[in-house]
Design a protein around this ligand. Sequence first.
Ligand SMILES: NC(=O)c1ccc[n+]([C@@H]2O[C@H](COP(=O)([O-])OP(=O)(O)OC[C@H]3O[C@@H](n4cnc5c(N)ncnc54)[C@H](OP(=O)(O)O)[C@@H]3O)[C@@H](O)[C@H]2O)c1
Length: 267
Amino acid sequence: MKDKVVIITGSNMGIGKAIARHLGALGASVVLNGRDAERLSQACDQLREEGMEVSGFPADIADPESCRQLIAHAVKKYGHLDILINNAAISAKGFFEDTRPEVFKQSVDVNILGAMYATREALPHIKATKGQILFISGLAGLRGMPFQGTYCMTKMAQTALAESLRAELYHSGVHAGIVYVGITKNDPTKKVVFNDGTWRPLPERTHRFASTQDRVAKVVTRALERRRFKTTVGWDGKMYLYVSRFAPWLLDLVFRNNIDKFVEHDT
Ligand SMILES: NC(=O)c1ccc[n+]([C@@H]2O[C@H](COP(=O)([O-])OP(=O)(O)OC[C@H]3O[C@@H](n4cnc5c(N)ncnc54)[C@H](OP(=O)(O)O)[C@@H]3O)[C@@H](O)[C@H]2O)c1
């Protein structure tokens, strides 16, 4: 990672910030992003105090022009771009039939279109360095789950894009990869959007088996170093991958008989 220039969308908190810390500690120059400029500035100050080379660019990735400016900022500041990590996402909860159309739109705008705009703008620069595009997905990108159909749909779309890019970019030397993150301990300030359009804090995840953000960042770093295509994080990630591939009927059974647990977990 030494001297690599990395943009991480949605990195003023949470998993994105943890990845920034890991890559920064290995000598990468990291451009952090998020819409909340104050939180972004605090995150940058914190990482600089820890000795890392970082720069912050506040931008809404749902806006194509903002994505153009984000990529231009990195290239202007550091001279080139090696890695784009599409991490920014919003998580929508609720039953599909009760979900307001604006929640569909927000989710698609950020999780799908945002990743597409940023990737398209970054590609000419990443081709020049034979670099990498990495998508941060989750269990939702492996199998549709009750109470989060909108979120699952957007995360699966990222798989499709990663697979297409992997083939399209193979001969250019650019690597496209995707990391399926399992249940992870969240920042206490993390909020999710519900089907009625309200944003509510996500209850802290206290399960013993939930990964830490630090663990996720380590796995992401290894995936980048080894240029791996599909990577899972945590035992739940591995279990989902294998069961959804080899015994999808088992997940169907578990999901349909435990819908109330999904609701309870996320409310
Ligand atoms: N936490 C988990 O258990 C888990 C599990 C599986 C996968 N994941 C995936 O991991 C990634 C990070 O999750 P997280 O839990 O760390 O999320 P988080 O704590 O909610 O942070 C989301 C980040 O995205 C930014 N963001 C949201 N909308 C944006 C927009 N339109 N433009 C730019 N930035 C935007 C937020 O900053 P602003 O609000 O300031 O814009 C924030 O920095 C996501 O892709 C998520 O789907 C998480």
